[in-house]
Design a protein around this ligand. Sequence first.
Ligand SMILES: Cc1cc2nc3c(=O)[nH]c(=O)nc-3n(C[C@H](O)[C@H](O)[C@H](O)COP(=O)(O)OP(=O)(O)OC[C@H]3O[C@@H](n4cnc5c(N)ncnc54)[C@H](O)[C@@H]3O)c2cc1C
Length: 311
Amino acid sequence: MIDLVSKTFFHTLAGSQGLKQLASRYAMRRPHSIARRFIAGETVEEACEAARTIEAVGLLQTLYMVGERVATMAEADFATRRYLTLMDRIVAGGIGRNLSLKLTQLGLTIDRATCVDNLRRILDGAGTRDFFIRVDMEDSPFTQVTLDIFETMWQQGYRNAGIVLQSYLPRSVADAKRMNELGARVRLVKGAYKEPRKVAYKNGAAVDAAFIEIMQLLLTEGTYPAIATHDANMIAATRAFAIKRGIARDRYEYQLLHGIRRDLQTELTAHGYRVRVYIPFGGEWFPYFMRRLGERPANVRFVVRSILREH
Ligand SMILES: Cc1cc2nc3c(=O)[nH]c(=O)nc-3n(C[C@H](O)[C@H](O)[C@H](O)COP(=O)(O)OP(=O)(O)OC[C@H]3O[C@@H](n4cnc5c(N)ncnc54)[C@H](O)[C@@H]3O)c2cc1C
């Protein structure tokens, strides 16, 4: 219940322009400002530096240039060009070539065909530079269209891309089976958005049970799945299942978010597991930041303490 209240509270705040302006001014300005716990910084240099630090301790990384629901074609084109430039910067910087993006960042809410063209430009650029592109999953109005676009690209021969499925959506079991049939790489998450009761499980136990069911499907029939969670129980269930079935550690990876459960990140690496850290960066970090805050009631206290400290 308190989880739902926290999610709703931050979801409502996420719509506030005043708060957004205030946050832009204060939440990122110092090395210890609150948003920096979850976001690597606003610039490509800061992102590459964070990626290097992560790789130095044996972790893998994927960079996400924050942005979603752009309102104009020009913004979608700008985001596309920035992803292509980012690839060049990553190649020059000699860090791992793995990016995450969102389709509404590439214009999905404005024009589907343009979004597909933009994604194709990125996948073409990724192909020549040997990058892997993960298409993040957004809220449920975009689930089907995201899967459709992903599958269209897959059928056209783009194999350097993967998708995300959310265990809070009952439909994801069937979607996982379909992705397994295709041979596509899936990142499994619980789901981050505030969804209506009729499309998503509200009960944490149901979300966890579906997570385990899908994890087992992906591990046994899927292609190099990513189990993306900070939940020690989900990680333990994955480890136990993989051991029982004799699934080697290099047949899947764990993924965690920048700034969350660093203890688990290093512990898993120390045990020889592949662990990838999702590193968000860039100027449009406010919605991402608010989703992270809403995930945990304790984050409300964390924000209040940080604001008091900033003053
Ligand atoms: C690599 C990665 C990529 C993701 N991509 C997507 C995506 O494309 N689409 C999507 O909908 N969701 C995505 N998510 C978010 C995901 O859906 C969940 O919202 C998020 O991971 C929290 O769920 P959990 O599995 O960690 O379990 P929970 O049960 O929510 O959390 C387990 C424990 O982790 C810690 N924790 C979790 N979240 C926080 C937080 N914000 N702050 C502090 N501690 C926290 C706490 O200790 C908590 O008790 C992604 C998550 C990861 C790790």
